[in-house]
Design a protein around this ligand. Structure first.
Ligand code: F6P
Length: 397
């Protein structure tokens, strides 16, 4: 499926395109963004004055059309390789351009879904210009006030020719003011429905997310996997130290989410906020290996041990789960985390944290299945316009 983004500059198309790409890739759809602005910067250099974007500038218009077609051909090529979803990130503000894209894609048998971002909230537009456009390579080394004026003139050029997506243009989703309103038209199928659900829960209020494993458990001491062990004395010290850490770091209200397992609940029990226990945050189910050490698995189930070494993401423990299964069950947690306006502390387990980390840091899940997630450490993630900042806070106990 080709997701064709539509909208004036500074309406959050790239923000939404990247978020969708991250979400879909994490769910296992091979997704890539084709951003026409990047094609322009690569081929014509970063800075183009606003006049380049004027509909009266015929040479500029011709150059922009060629770049849009180049990016579109690459996006279509993605499907003849490995791709499942291409996100075509351009303004696509005229009916003519959208018809061209749709016909070209449909000739290749590829379905098109328009996602139009509409924003009439001046504060959001201003924030978008200042946070993303002024730091973009388009305006490198240019005085910020001059850059804002130039960018606003660029928006005006597009506004003169902008035709909102019409009801006779097939399936679309319109996202108004970053999810305050979402309008859908002729959507069919599972994936588009999922996209709507995701888009409905987006917002741009910055807030940190704190992720931590539970404190050391009695099973950790014995090197056993799974189970429902209690905290060790050291783990209990972490539970207390974590409460102190949150007292020093969390300034306003925050939420606390744990798994339903005892070691996670015990880690959160001294916090001043009652924890919400999610089954979806429980550790990977090791099935018949639950309670074993890795050494035992290697000796007693050598084939399974080998298979897991070979493909940790897809290997499913007999009568248990794979990392892919964990990702699927975490989807509602991700949607809820996206929706929260307050910070959240998530107390959970190693495999679950790896899967959450892959989502927030936009890393291929297979890269994260071996990621070191130490005990007694808070991982602080702060979402920014186009990604997350990451800080590790080890807590000595
Ligand atoms: O050892 C702690 C633990 O959380 C186990 O309960 C779980 O099976 C394991 O880590 C997950 O890590 P890995 O996927 O590397 O085995």
């Amino acid at each position: 499926m080709l997701l064709m983004l539509v909208g004036l500059p500074a309406r959050g198309k790239t923000f939404i395109g990247r978020k969708l790409a991250r979400y879909l890739s994490w769910l296992g759809y091979r997704t890539r963004v084709f951003n026409v602005g990047s094609y322009r910067r690569e081929r014509l250099g970063s800075y183009q004055p606003h006049s380049f974007f004027s509909p009266d500038n015929l040479r500029g218009e011709e150059a922009r059309r060629r770049l849009a077609e180049l990016a579109l051909e690459d996006a279509l090529g993605w499907f003849s390789g490995v791709g499942d979803v291409a996100i075509y990130d351009a303004t696509n503000t005229t009916r003519e351009r959208r018809d061209f894209v749709r016909h070209r894609a449909e000739r290749e048998g590829i379905k098109v879904l328009c996602i139009e971002t509409i924003c009439d909230d001046e504060a959001i537009i201003e924030q978008n210009i200042r946070e993303t456009k002024l730091t973009s390579p388009d305006y490198l080394g240019i005085d910020p006030e001059q850059a804002v004026r130039d960018f606003r003139a660029r928006i005006d050029h597009y506004a003169r020719v902008y035709e909102p997506v019409g009801e006779d243009e097939g399936a679309y989703i319109k996202v108004v003011n970053v999810g305050r309103q979402v309008v859908t038209h002729r959507l069919q199928g599972y994936l588009p429905g999922r996209l709507v659900f995701f888009l409905m829960n987006l917002h741009i209020v910055p807030r940190p997310l704190w992720l931590t494993r539970h404190g050391e458990s009695l099973y950790n001491l014995e090197g056993r996997i799974g189970g429902d062990a209690e905290l060790s004395p050291r783990g209990e010290r972490y539970a207390q130290a974590l409460t102190g850490w949150m007292h020093d770091h969390a300034t306003g209200e925050y939420g606390v989410w744990t798994s339903t397992l005892r070691r996670a609940a015990q880690t959160a029990r001294h916090l001043p906020v009652p924890a919400v226990a999610w089954r979806a945050l429980d550790e990977i189910d090791a099935g018949v290996c639950d309670g074993m050490t890795y050494e035992q698995v290697r000796e007693e189930l050598p084939q399974e041990f080998e298979a897991r070494q070979r493909d940790k993401l897809r290997f499913r423990y007999p009568r248990g789960e794979s990392y892919e299964d964990v990702i699927q069950r975490l989807e509602p947690v991700i949607i809820e985390l996206e929706r929260q306006q307050n910070p959240v502390l998530v107390v959970t387990h190693r495999a679950v944290l790896r899967a959450l980390y892959a989502y927030f840091m936009d890393r291929p899940p297979e890269d994260c299945t071996r990621l070191d997630i130490p005990l007694h450490t808070v991982l602080e993630l702060t979402p920014r316009a186009y990604g997350c900042e990451e800080k590790l806070h080890p807590i000595a106990v």
